[in-house]
Design a protein around this ligand. Sequence first.
Ligand SMILES: [Fe+2]
Length: 152
Amino acid sequence: MTFTWSKQLSVGNRAIDSEHKNLHNIINGIVSSIVSRDIAALPEAFELLEKCLCAYFAVEENIAQAINFDFTQHRRAHQNLLNEFRLIKNGITTKGGIWSKHEEKDYIDSLSYCLIRHIRNDGRPFKAVLDTHFYDFKPDCADGNNILHGCA
Ligand SMILES: [Fe+2]
């Protein structure tokens, strides 16, 4: 059971949407490994998720700075999101591949819900400001700063 990206999840910026889609895909990969009980694949998949989350945080922060959006609260939300994923990862990895169908559903729902909640709820104030800019808006990278190219 994987979940699909929909236009309703757009935050009004192409670079950020692209990061969100990439995170969705990584989560879907983790979900597939959970369903198939491929526990050997999970550490690497969670490592990739964390790496891409950090890259995504940097992309958003860079854009927020360029549009003068106060990122204090959203930065805190990012830390919470990272902690939630770490908790889920720890819960799964300590099980050693032995979990009930009910637990499996909980893991999958939690993984999916974390990101969707972050985009829809935590991201609402940021989206409101992003909506006043072009969809393709990105900070001036003339100084060679490559931070916009996160993990996607
Ligand atoms: Fe965010």
